[in-house]
Design a protein around this ligand. Sequence first.
Ligand code: ZN
Length: 323
Amino acid sequence: MLRSILVALMLFLCACSEPLEPAAPVVADNEQVQNRGAGKDNWWDSLPRPEWGAYQKIDQSEGWFEVYLVDDGIYAIYEPGQFEEVMSFLLVGEDFALMFDTGLGIGNIRRVVDQLTDLDVVVLNSHTHYDHIGGNYLFDTIYGTSLDYTKSRSMGSSPDAVAGFLQEGWVWKPLPDGFSPDQYRSHAFEIDKFIYEGDQIDIGGRVLEILFTPGHAPDSICLLDRENRLLLTGDTFYLAPLYTHIEGSSFEDYSRSAARLAGLAGEIDRALTSHNVPVVDSAYMTALGKAFADIESGAAGDVTISDGNREYQFDGFSVIVKD
Ligand SMILES: [Zn+2]
């Protein structure tokens, strides 16, 4: 996958763009920067990813973030300076706005959102891994699942739990003014309202249906906008290695969720994903379901061992399974 991105990127750079220069070039530790393939020593060499060029970039004051309008009333708030390349989505309705995740908590995402909408903002997380809830504490209203996992994550973290996000080789952009790496941790937040499978959130002019899709994390959800044939996948799908092997993840649950998303492929046109690249074709949902089915049946052949785990390669993504 990475190789095809690199080839596309080289063509793109030759054609029309200047590469971003890392602020402090360092060589990443291969053991730490897991599974980025041949080019992972300097992962930022993949930036800017050409897919972002399709969307209007929005001016705002916070240099840690980049903001793009990826659909009518939907902003992707992207953090390309850190290895996760995580993105959060602001969906602006007629009545209120929904933030689907709040990023790493390194930059102040609230300051970005305040420049994009005057409406009240409700936060809902795709799941509560620390790279998706970092700015939750900056907002007044937070929806979440009633699961114990969500509750434990809402209590905040020690600095140790998130220090890895800042390790050498994981950040190339200058850290924001006022940010203190020593103080960095996940801040506690309170959930104001529980959400459940099948709930519909009407933000005014757009209705988002909640699908519980555990696997990547116990509390992973997707949002389905049936009218606009759009799915927000969180970390259940993106164009990079998919994790079934980390603490709290479950291959069996993930496989069921993948089959469920594959069943939706005919009802959507596009999916918005939470790392690297913002928009993918719905055909990937079919591919996701088939990938898990093939791993289970033994039909998925292209396996490498990656940092002690099995990594199954597919077109555009891979799946890492505990060995
Ligand atoms: Zn995650």
